[in-house]
Design a protein around this ligand. Structure first.
Ligand code: APR
Length: 194
């Protein structure tokens, strides 16, 4: 699956792709998990189906040690049969009203995973559209948060992350992400962020 939209940020690229994240080869795949780390439907179900049972065995062990994972944070497992070394299981906010820290929690999913990437020498990482399925976060708001948070992080921290792939599952989602990424590219080109 090739990327059809790229923002170049110094030595790093932010790429947009449409398709199934479980088929995209990277060092780390980000999952949209829940605080219980219990698996589910959506991209979580797809990752466990494609990756096999080792991933859940590792999550069981993490859950028994820590009780789960806070919203806005993430835990690391190996990737089983997926074309990756790691899965970062990020817990996005369940949308209520866009208040009560939900935008910050969503942004924190992205920055936490990039921090984990740096700690695990991850050069390529893929993200689904966290919280915009079962958790009901409005796509427009979530896409803007995802694109801006990732681009700002990449402009300020480079090593070791080189390529961030944002993977949308539908044409509609892909169009919305593209629009937000295009806006951001225009802002960078005009120097609004320098
Ligand atoms: N590849 C890429 N994206 C996918 C895939 C896939 N194989 N399957 C689903 N998606 C997309 C959805 O279309 C949506 O845009 O991932 C996005 C996130 O949707 P969800 O998976 O529903 O995640 P989220 O909204 O964060 O809800 C998390 O759902 O599966 C449960 O255990 C999970 O309780 C947690 C909750």
């Amino acid at each position: 699956m090739s990327s059809d939209f790229v923002i170049q940020l110094g030595p790093c690229q932010l790429q947009l792709l449409k398709g199934d994240i479980t088929g995209v080869a990277v060092d780390a795949i980000v999952n949209a998990a829940n605080a219980q780390l219990a698996g589910g439907g959506g991209v979580d179900g797809a990752i466990h189906r494609a990756g096999g049972p080792d991933i859940m065995r590792e999550l069981d062990e993490i859950r028994s040690r820590t009780g789960g994972c806070e919203t806005g944070s993430a835990v690391v497992t190996s990737a089983g049969r997926l074309p990756a070394r790691f899965v970062f299981h990020a817990v996005g906010p369940r949308y209520r009203d866009g208040q009560h820290g939900q935008p910050e929690q969503l942004a924190s999913c992205y920055t936490t995973c990039l921090t984990l990437a740096a700690e695990h020498d991850v050069k390529t990482i893929s993200f689904p559209s966290i919280s915009t399925g079962i958790y009901g976060y409005p796509l427009e708001e979530a896409a803007e948060i995802a694109v801006k948070t990732l681009a700002n992080w990449l402009r300020n921290h480079t090593e070791p992350v080189r390529i961030v792939k944002l993977v949308q599952f539908s044409d509609h989602d892909h169009d919305v992400y593209r629009r937000h990424a295009q806006n951001l590219r225009r802002e960078f080109a005009s120097g609004a962020h320098s």
